[in-house]
Design a protein around this ligand. Sequence first.
Ligand SMILES: [Fe+2]
Length: 239
Amino acid sequence: MCESSPYQKVQNSSTKIPKTGQEHLKNSMTLGKIEDKSDLRVRQTAATMVRAWYMNDTNEDQRLEHQLSPPKFLSLDDLFTTSGILYWKLDPKNYESKLEEIKKERGYNYMDVIQISPDKLHNYEEKIKIFFAEHLHADEEIRFVTEGSGYFDARDKADKWVRIEVTPGDLIILPAGIYHRFTLDSKNYIRVIRLFVGEPVWTPHTRPADNMEVRTKYVEQQKAGFVNHNSQMKTGLVN
Ligand SMILES: [Fe+2]
């Protein structure tokens, strides 16, 4: 989902950034996702649970779930410690204030909207292939789903694919340097808000991109389980 489609620009000078991965995780819990803020291994209700699972490697349609048999799911904690991916659940019908809170906290001052479906995206088939080619970015990939659904796939510590389902209300942040890809599911439609710090750069760097500095930094953080993960590396902002 790297297609440029400027929609709306906003000004935001806030630079209050969480320091560590655990703080990121705690903050994600306080922003409408988790009931028990005191415990990182918290309970997730069915309504707020992220659905993420390890993928099988069949050549079936990329839009299918590709679950293992039996399925192997990841918790929010597992997803974070193996990939650094952050995830929030917002009310898809009343998200403005929470989204604004996250934007201020993380310094996101650009946003636009993109719709992906056969009839709404120019060169749809070509773009879908580009989105599904494994790549990384020099910056975070931040997406908030307002309509429809789809899958983000990302590599875990052992280089295995993890599939993350996104539906209305899901806000996902893929850290800079993570190998990932995106596909629609079998419903063939998604509408997302894209966020960014500063002027957006959507450039995908197709794997292999192991020598990029952003990749090296990402791998270091991944080996450490993102315990000391510092968003300054990702956003370029300082307190
Ligand atoms: Fe991407």
